[in-house]
Design a protein around this ligand. Structure first.
Ligand code: PLP
Ligand code: COI
Length: 341
């Protein structure tokens, strides 16, 4: 199959319309079987629940070209499960794992010409999402829903790729205690828009959110979980009920322990501890692992010893092993790689 004529190596993290998207409709208490369509626009009532009350959830995944030319996706079962958790919390109908994975396979297959070739640094980003579509004016859940998946080729989430970034401690909270921080609901991102615009205006790449209850513990950023490396090479990640259970983070903790023989800890991380860490990274599907060089706390800078020039050595090893697994250079644990045939 011939690939599209795209300047793959210079792609940023943006939207490009591709040929096909998947749509399934939930009506009268059941999902239809879903299909691929060409139209990228959606028509709906002015009073659709998603427009009035933000009843929408999503996922983020990627398709990769391996070194030997196969097209694969990474651990789609975990995204399917998290999507179901998001649906339950948002009073939306659960889509079966089987239909979710089938929809991903169909969209990747139908847009295979847009899956960036191996070695370009780009990937095909997949965005499954669901929203309440029928008119709702009293505050209550919709009864009709659309589930969709589109695909768009992307480059690095942060400009500069693997260059360390600078983040700031946000004065805003991302998620309330007992709120929706642990699911992937659009509303979590809507409330972060003001904070990210402010951070960018001030010259920062991202926000570090603290726990809303005590504001003493590290939570996550707007779109990624944190990993910290201690000076004695332990991999530490924050444990909290109000952060998103990142597939990338869970995979990296496994890689750290089982592939690199490092000690790992998922525990509460106090902001005061950060000055003692050797490395810091943001991990997620879009972010992969983006090294953090500096954290600005209201004008006070914490400079990670790994510096602003390159990734720290442990972050680099984690990055190479994870992307090696995704691109077929390193043997994957059973069930992590789903080939698109
Ligand atoms: N945290 C937030 C808030 C996110 O939006 C994401 C992105 O999906 C992540 C963490 C990373 O999760 P994953 O590794 O599953 O992409
Ligand atoms: C992802 O990593 O897939 C996300 O959904 C994060 C988003 C900020 C792009």
């Amino acid at each position: 199959m011939e690939k599209k004529n795209i300047d793959w190596s210079n792609l940023g993290f943006g939207y490009m319309e591709t040929d096909k998207r998947y749509v399934a409709t939930y009506k009268d208490g059941k999902w239809d079987e879903g299909k691929l369509i060409s139209d990228s626009y959606i028509t709906m009532s002015e009073c659709a629940c998603v427009l009035q009350y933000a009843q929408t959830i999503f996922e983020g995944m990627k398709a990769y070209t391996t070194q030997d030319g196969r097209t694969v996706v990474f651990r789609p079962d975990l995204n399917a499960k998290r999507f179901a958790d998001s649906a339950r919390r948002m009073e939306m109908p659960v889509l079966s794992e089987e239909q979710y994975i089938d929809s991903i396979k169909q969209v990747v297959k139908a847009n295979e010409a847009y899956v960036p070739p191996y070695g370009t640094g780009a990937t095909l980003y997949l965005r499954p999402y669901m929203f309440g579509i029928n008119p709702v004016i009293g505050v209550k859940p919709a009864t009709e829903f659309q589930y969709r998946v589109f695909a768009t080729p992307v480059g690095p989430y942060f400009k500069g790729g693997a260059k360390p970034i600078t983040i700031k401690v946000s004065d805003y909270d991302r998620a309330a205690p007992r709120g929706t921080g642990n699911i992937k609901a659009g509303l979590n991102y809507a409330m972060s828009l003001h904070a990210i615009v402010e951070a960018h205006e001030q010259g920062f790449d991202e926000n570090m959110y603290l726990d809303p209850q005590t504001r003493r513990k590290v939570e996550e950023t707007g779109g990624a979980n944190f990993l910290f490396i201690t000076k004695d090479n332990k991999v530490v990640t924050p444990k909290s009920d109000s952060i998103l259970p990142s597939v990338t983070r869970r995979s990296l903790m496994y890689v750290a322990k089982e592939y690199l023989g490092l000690e790992t800890e998922e525990r509460e991380v106090y902001f005061d501890e950060i000055k003692d860490f050797a490395e810091c990274g943001l991990c997620g599907t879009a972010a992969v692992i983006s090294p953090v060089g500096k954290i600005n706390d209201h004008g006070k800078e914490i400079c990670l010893p790994s510096g602003m020039e390159k990734m720290g050595p442990i972050t680099q090893k984690l990055y190479e092993t994870l992307t090696g697994i995704q691109m077929g250079l390193v043997e994957a644990p059973e069930g992590w790689i789903c080939e698109i045939k």
